[in-house]
Write a protein that binds this ligand. Sequence first.
Ligand SMILES: *Cc1c(COP(=O)(O)O)cnc(C)c1O
Length: 375
Amino acid sequence: MTGSETGKHGEYALLTPGPLTTTATVKQAMLRDLSTWDSDYNDRVRHLRSKLVELAAGKSSRSRYTSVLMQGSGTFAVESVVGSAVPENGKLLIVENGAYGRRMADIARVLRISHEVLSCGEDEIPDAEAVSRTLETCPDVTHAAIIHCETTTGILNDIASVGSVVKAHGKTLIVDAMSSFGGIPINAGELGVDFLISSSNKCVQGVPGFGFVIAERSALENCEGNARSLSLDLYDQWRVLENEWKWRFTSPTHAVLAFIQALAELDEEGGIPARFARYKALQARVASGMEELGFKTFLKRELQSPIITSFHYPKVGNFVFSDLYEHVKSDGYVLYPGKISNADTFRIGNIGDIDMSVIEGLLASVRAFVRGLSD
Ligand SMILES: *Cc1c(COP(=O)(O)O)cnc(C)c1O
């Protein structure tokens, strides 16, 4: 999307963590009705599944992994992993520094899965040493979960160091890479990730409708019979996808077509490394441009992901976030409110089909707003 398209005809640049601004061609791909029973559709689903494995595990460890698609938003996919991977006598360690980690703990609580939470504060990344100590004091833990990019703040957790400790203790590793997969290079094989979770409407730049899990085959085989839910049974979903190339229940065909187009456009852009470079440049400009206008980032620069940035409310007497929100919206830009527990913040996402002109347009709009504020 270019700056000139924003704000006109009710079109907005969504500077959020998803749903995102998508290309016209991704939206056009949905103008087709396909039967979930037809080979035209099921062949596409098969290719899409192997493409996901290739993106997450690379060509080298591809055969160790498979992928499962799951209807619903990203949380449904997380719930299907937590509810299917941890057996009745298992225990999940959740390494948490934000709302999405806490949501995983909520899932475990609702599903009555025995769990332990290790928290480190929202402006810090979990320390591998602390994870190691917890695993030593809780030997009954069987699975450990961590969020890659904690979208609450935009912090990028070090899944390599935490993951290697989890694997050294022989535990199953679950990574919520919802807001990073497709936008930040990840090699599940090298990291020893057993379940990597993301969804259709984040960095691959598709539309909402389903989540997906890239799973290590033996870890997935161990899920048989564990599920606490019929529709969110990851193992059964996989068996039917493998044997019949179908999803067990009605799948979001239009969202799948959009996603296939989005994957082709990811390739055209130069793959994940090129998208990562674009996102990094956009995020750096968001941060520097807002700092020039007097806003302060919530996170230290070295912890910041290239996905979304949290800003403190400025210490100006008459600043009201909803005024800023409405002002930039009237210029065609949709911001994201904050979600941090103990600080007044708002967020600016930079993923989706946006380029530098969108960011410059947003900054011009914020600049005009700031001029109208008084100290
Ligand atoms: C978006 C997101 C989710 C899933 O949220 P849904 O609203 O269910 O799509 C989970 N974890 C993280 C880190 C996310 O950014």
